[in-house]
Design a protein around this ligand. Structure first.
Ligand SMILES: Cc1cc2nc3c(=O)[nH]c(=O)nc-3n(C[C@H](O)[C@H](O)[C@H](O)COP(=O)(O)OP(=O)(O)OC[C@H]3O[C@@H](n4cnc5c(N)ncnc54)[C@H](O)[C@@H]3O)c2cc1C
Length: 298
């Protein structure tokens, strides 16, 4: 394909052609993409984007694919993974970390250093960039509590620092979600000094709780819906009798009704259909408009 040949000539990153998206999403669903490119440097990312914009080729940044549902059709464009942006420097309680760095690994690493603040993240399988985009969180904490600033690539392809107060962090949303033309390159995170044993104990307790309450034995993308105010999406799904309901191999989990799991060969379209069916039924039966937390990508 012509565009892939042009990308190869730029020598701007690792390229996986005709990429099987089941390998790049935690749901393990989706068709193929023309290619996934992992740039090595910011300069490479700028070079790649300049080409894609000039050639009017569709593109999207992906992190660890732990919040994405790709359709089964071919993604007619280029997916950009920042997994080579995985630098990490820790100075006292301040961390500079690349957008592609795995969030769980960061939470465990900082815990071992006796730094407190990222315990909530120890069970969230995203990248740092994806977590900032989503303002990922749990246990009444989220990225907005710890991120001091980030560096972004603006839609004009300039590098700019944005501070916490500019990032509009709210429940599962951030500035980046509202302005998808901005790409998070890296983040400066500020934690506090704490007690290694206490931090580790908390992480282990939460791990046990997740194992007991979430169907982690199957591929999924975590919670499907945001909790509506003063209610729980999982409870609403149970009340409409949808626990165990399935389309193909996409099942509403018996363990946690706000999870859909892939019990074998579910397709992206099965997952999407099931989500939209639940949303529709809850609207009809309960009069509540649930918001899908996960993202459909065509
Ligand atoms: C078992 C399980 C448990 C989970 N538990 C939680 C939980 O407790 N709390 C929670 O909040 N979430 C949870 N999640 C959901 C998911 O892990 C988070 O939403 C995570 O932040 C997504 O990060 P990612 O790197 O996988 O992003 P992806 O899913 O790859 O992408 C998500 C979005 O972020 C954008 N994006 C990614 N990187 C960048 C970047 N560098 N710059 C700009 N945009 C970017 C993408 O374009 C996309 O729109 C869970 C998922 C699973 C599978």
């Amino acid at each position: 394909m012509e565009i892939i040949e042009k990308i190869k000539k730029l020598d701007c990153g690792d390229i996986v052609e005709n990429a099987d998206l089941r390998k790049y999403t935690t749901y393990k669903v989706g068709g193929h993409a023309w290619a996934i490119v992992s740039p090595y440097t910011i300069k490479d990312l700028q070079t790649l984007l300049t080409l894609l914009i000039k050639e009017k080729v569709k593109y999207k940044i992906i992190g660890n694919g732990s919040n994405l549902i790709f359709s089964d059709k071919i993604y007619e464009g280029i997916l950009i993974r920042l997994d080579n942006f995985d630098n990490l420097t820790i100075r006292d309680n301040v961390i500079r970390v690349g957008a592609g760095y795995p969030l769980m690994k960061l939470a465990l690493k900082t815990a071992r250093l006796g730094l407190t603040g990222l315990e909530f993240a120890s069970g969230i399988p995203g990248s740092v960039g994806g977590a900032i985009f989503m303002n990922a969180g749990a246990y009444k904490s989220d990225m907005g509590y710890v991120v001091r600033s980030i560096r972004v690539l603006t839609p004009d392809l300039d590098v700019k620092t944005m501070y916490n107060y500019e990032l509009d962090f709210h429940y599962r949303t951030s500035f980046l979600q509202k302005f998808p033309g901005f790409i998070c390159l890296d983040a400066t995170i500020e934690l506090r000094h704490g007690d290694v044993e206490e931090i580790t104990k908390l992480i282990n307790e939460r791990k046990m709780r997740r194992l007991e309450t979430q169907p982690l034995e199957y591929p999924s993308a975590g919670s499907v819906f945001r909790n509506p105010e003063n209610n729980f999406a999982g409870a609403l799904i149970e009340e409409i009798g949808y626990k165990g309901k399935h389309i193909g191999d996409a099942y509403v989990s018996e363990k946690h009704a706000n999870f859909i799991v892939n019990k074998g060969n579910a397709s992206g379209d099965d997952v999407k259909k099931l989500i939209l069916e639940i949303k529709d039924k809850i609207k009809k039966e309960k009069g509540i408009e649930l918001k899908v937390e996960q993202e459909f990508v065509d």
